[in-house]
Design a protein around this ligand. Structure first.
Ligand code: NAD
Length: 378
C-alpha cells in the first residue's frame, strides 16, 4: 500500500501533512511512503530527513501520486494534481468543503474517497485527531506574538528610573481554542486581558485563565449549546455592538477569533469601533480567511487606518508557525489513520456507521455520502 504526501501549492501554505516523525510511524504500519521533493522545506524538513525516516522522494505530483492508495495533504489538492490521484484512493486533508460547493461532487466524480478533517465531530475520542484544535491553538499563540510585535509600546508594565510604561490592554473576541490560547499567551507577556464569547461555558474558561469576562448576558446567549456557536439574532448583535464599542476603545490590542462553522465570519468590530481606537492600537483578525471579524480587514494584508490602527489580516495563521503546525497536523492525520487501520489487511478500514467516519467522509466509491453535501432531491 502506498501513501503519498504532496507539496502544498496553495497561497500562503507553508505546512506539510507528514513529518519525518510520522513518516517513520506510517512506514511502521507497512506503508510505502512517497513524499514529493521539497514538500517539507517551509517546515524545516529536508528531503534527506524524509529519506532517513524511510520515505521515497518523488520529483513531482504525478510521480508522487502514481499508484497511491492514500494521499495526505493539508489543503485539497488543486484540480491539476487531483487528476493524478488514482480512482479509489483515500484523500485525507482539510477540504474546505463548505467554502466550495462544487468540490464534493467533483471528488465523487473522480472516484476519490475524501475525508475532510475539519468536519471531525468534537467528541472525546476524536480529540487527538482534531486538526481545527491543534491549528487554532498555535494560531492563538501566534496572533499575540505578531500583535505584540506590531504594537509599538510593549506588553508588561515596566517600572524604570525614567518612569513607568503602562501594561498593554488586550481584548480577545471569541474564547474557543484559539482565543483561550491568545488569552494565556497575552497574560504570560504581562498584558491586562479581557475577553468575550457568546457561549456561556466560555465565561468560566476566560476567568480561569485570569482574564476578565465581558459579555451580553441574556436568554439568547444562555441557549447556546454544543461545541460550535450558532448565528445570533439582530437584537443580540445590537447589544453586543454597544458593549463592543466602549470596550474596544479602551483596549490597545483586539484579537478576534469568532467563527461560525460553515459560514462567513460574523463582523463584530465595525468601522465606527475602529475609529474609536487610539493611534498605535492593533487588531489581529484570526478570522480573516473566513472574511474577517473586523469590517476593515483585508484578507491577506496589513491595513493601517487613517486614525493609525494596524489591522493584521493574514489568511493562514497556523501557516505562520509552520514547524509546530506541521508537526501537530501530521500527528493528527497519523492518529486518524492508526485509528482506522486494519493490521491484518495492512489497509485502512472505515466503518460507515462510525461517528468519526460519518463526520468526515465526503465521498466514497464515486458517490457523495456526507449528509451536508448530498445532492438536493427534486
Ligand atoms: P470556533 O473556532 O468555531 O469559534 C471560535 C470562538 O468564537 C468560539 O468559542 C465561538 O463561540 C466564538 N464566537 C462565535 N461567534 C461569536 C460572536 N458573534 N461573538 C463572540 N464570540 C463568538 O470554535 P473552536 O475554538 O473550534 O471551539 C469551540 C468550542 O468547542 C470550545 O469550547 C472548545 O473547547 C470546544 N472543543 C471541544 C472539543 C472536543 O470535545 N473534542 C474539541 C475542540 C473544541
Amino acid at each position: 500500500m502506498r501513501l503519498a504526501v504532496l507539496k502544498e501549492r496553495g497561497d500562503f501554505e507553508t505546512r506539510v501533512a507528514a513529518t519525518a516523525e510520522t513518516v517513520k510511524k506510517l512506514a511502521g504500519l507497512g506503508l510505502t511512503v512517497v513524499v514529493e521533493s521539497g514538500a517539507g522545506l517551509a517546515s524545516a524538513i529536508s528531503d534527506e530527513d524524509y529519506r532517513a525516516a524511510g520515505a521515497e522522494i518523488a520529483p513531482d505530483p504525478k510521480a508522487t501520486l502514481a499508484g497511491a492508495n492514500i494521499v495526505f495533504a493539508v489543503r485539497t489538492p488543486a484540480p491539476a494534481e487531483r487528476a493524478a490521484i488514482p480512482r479509489g484512493a483515500l484523500l485525507v486533508c482539510t477540504a474546505g468543503a463548505h467554502a466550495d460547493r462544487a468540490l464534493v461532487p467533483s471528488l465523487a466524480e473522480a472516484g476519490i474517497d475524501a475525508a475532510a478533517m475539519e468536519l471531525l465531530p468534537r467528541i472525546t475520542r476524536a480529540q487527538s485527531m482534531d486538526v481545527l484544535s491543534s491549528q487554532a491553538n498555535l494560531a492563538g499563540y501566534r496572533a499575540v506574538i505578531e500583535g505584540a510585535a506590531a504594537f509599538d509600546r510593549g506588553f508588561p508594565m515596566m517600572m524604570t528610573a525614567a518612569g513607568t510604561v503602562p501594561p498593554a490592554r488586550v481584548f480577545v473576541i471569541g474564547a474557543g481554542v484559539a482565543g483561550l490560547q491568545a488569552i494565556a499567551t497575552a497574560r504570560r507577556l504581562g498584558a491586562i486581558v479581557s475577553a468575550t464569547d457568546v457561549r456561556p461555558a466560555a465565561k468560566e474558561e476566560i476567568r480561569s485563565l485570569g482574564a476578565t469576562y465581558i459579555g451580553v448576558d441574556d436568554a439568547e446567549s444562555a441557549q447556546q449549546t454544543g461545541a460550535y456557536a450558532r448565528e445570533m439574532t439582530d437584537e443580540f448583535r445590537r447589544k453586543q455592538a454597544e458593549l463592543m464599542l466602549t470596550t474596544i476603545a479602551k483596549n490597545d490590542l483586539v484579537i478576534t477569533t469568532a467563527l461560525v462553522m460553515g459560514r462567513k465570519a460574523p463582523v463584530i468590530v465595525t468601522e465606527e469601533m475602529v475609529k474609536g481606537m487610539k493611534a498605535g492600537s492593533v487588531i489581529v483578525d484570526l478570522a480573516a480567511e473566513a472574511g474577517g471579524n473586523c469590517a476593515l480587514t483585508t484578507p491577506g494584508e496589513l491595513t493601517i487606518t487613517p486614525n493609525g490602527v494596524k489591522i493584521l489580516g493574514w489568511r493562514n495563521w497556523p501557516g505562520r508557525i509552520p514547524v509546530a503546525a506541521s508537526s501537530l497536523y501530521a500527528r493528527n492525520l497519523l492518529t486518524f489513520l492508526n485509528t482506522f487501520w486494519d493490521k491484518a489487511e495492512k489497509a485502512p478500514k472505515l466503518p460507515p456507521e462510525d461517528d468519526i467516519v460519518k463526520g468526515v467522509m465526503l465521498t466514497r466509491g464515486g458517490a457523495v455520502v456526507h449528509p451536508d453535501f448530498l445532492p438536493k432531491q427534486a
